[in-house]
Ligand binder design. Structure first.
Ligand code: FNR
Length: 379
């Protein structure tokens, strides 16, 4: 309504309201290497395409005369009330999009009551982002480093800074074969802008020799590369986290029902069904296609979240119908950050939530609890 009323005065929205169109605008306006880093995916990018194609295969069946004048998009997740089932996915090195990076995203998210999941690979520190999102809900995403003292230090810092839930990303201990980045020999975190959480960390500083100045950046990058991921981690390592984190722990990157069962058995509180936006295993199953089996396996015991390919309100409805409790949005808010800073991120969150609200109305869905497999057409 706000958009149409402003249109009466000749004012158009500054950014596209269609998030696919937003990607095209970003491709035209953003620095080409930074755009390629965000837009790119692994290998032939077939999994990234499959993520979107999977949504096309599911169709909603709208119901009439349902009396839904004000759909309720709120939910309770891990004991906290959320206005809508949409969180911002952890994305590293946001300073390549805008110098304010994670701080701008934190402000936009906090202002709308949206949960931001802060990446370990952020360009601003755990503490700085906590300050920027004062009053807003915040979760921390852990890239579990080889150095256990460093892992423990990250958890201590996140807890002290008021992050409630821990999202542990399992699919990226090794950076995948990503041709767009390889061809340009470009990785933002090797340029020093993605290391804030590491360079501010006392354990990391000790390993590199503190304090870290610019001239030591090369050493810091080498130390970072050595500790970033640990491909040797297995299910028997999870107690390390469970013993050190009282709040909810959510494993991100789960695509197999058995892995979800193991997560539940290990005392985890949730999983994110995700293929990292197609950026890790090329040829992997579309995230949406993996969702029903995971939800059937554990959906009544732990919370199943979803990401990879969410672009519209109806995508959110489809993911919820197939078993997710909430979804995470990735690339679109990152493009908006690059195009229009904090206001751009706000535009994307508000657009997606308005789209969800309106789509629930036109489909006759009164609340999230009513989004069951029956809202979709059968196979
Ligand atoms: C990511 N993603 C990611 N995930 C994570 O756990 N930690 C991280 O630091 C990052 N970094 C990152 C950078 C960029 C540029 C992208 C595009 C993605 C993955 C992210 O959290 C999420 O899983 C996907 O982005 C979801 O897919 P869509 O919404 O982008 O299709």
């Amino acid at each position: 309504r706000e958009i149409y009323f402003r249109g009466l005065e000749g004012v158009l929205p500054g950014l596209p309201t269609d998030l696919d169109a937003l990607e095209r605008t970003a491709g035209e306006r953003l620095e080409p290497r930074a755009f390629a880093y965000v837009a790119g995916a692994a290998g032939t990018e077939s999994t990234a395409r499959a993520n979107r194609a999977a949504f096309e295969r599911h169709r909603i069946v709208p119901r009439m005369l349902s009396g839904v004048a004000e759909p309720d998009t709120s939910l309770e997740l891990f004991g906290a009330r959320m206005p809508a089932p949409v969180l911002l996915a952890p994305v590293g090195v946001l300073a390549i999009m805008n110098p304010e990076g994670e701080l701008a995203v934190a402000r936009a998210a906090a202002g709308l009551g949206t949960t931001m999941v802060l990446s370990t690979a952020a360009a601003h520190s755990i503490e700085q982002v906590a300050e920027a999102s004062e009053g807003g809900p915040r979760w921390f995403q852990l890239y579990w480093p080889k150095d256990r003292d460093l892992a423990e230090s990250f958890l201590d810092r996140a807890r002290a800074a008021g992050y409630r839930a821990l999202v542990v990303t399992l699919d990226s201990h090794t950076l995948a074969w990503r041709p767009r980045d390889l061809d340009q020999a470009f990785l933002p975190f090797l340029r020093g802008i993605g290391l804030a959480n590491y360079v501010t960390d006392p354990v990391f500083q000790k390993a590199v020799g503190s304090p870290i100045g610019d001239h030591d950046l090369h050493d810091a990058v080498l130390a970072w590369t050595a500790t970033f991921g640990d491909a040797s981690l297995s299910w028997k390592d999870l107690p390390f986290l469970r013993e050190r984190w009282d709040g909810p722990i959510i494993l991100k990157g789960i695509l197999h029902a058995d892995d979800a069962r193991r997560a539940a058995a290990a005392g985890m509180d949730g999983v994110v069904v995700s293929n990292h936006g197609g950026r890790q295993a090329d040829g992997a199953i579309a995230s949406l296609d993996a969702l029903p089996a995971v939800a059937a396996a554990v959906g009544d015991r732990i919370s199943v979240l979803f990401d990879s390919g969410i672009r519209t309100g109806s995508d959110v409805i489809k993911a919820l119908a197939l078993g997710a409790r909430a979804v995470l949005l990735g690339r679109p808010y990152v493009y908006a950050l690059g195009l229009a800073g904090e206001a751009g991120v706000r535009h994307v969150i508000r657009s997606l939530l308005a789209d969800l609200d309106i789509t629930m109305m036109v489909c006759g869905i009164p609340s999230l609890g009513e989004i069951t497999p029956e809202v979709l057409a059968g196979p």
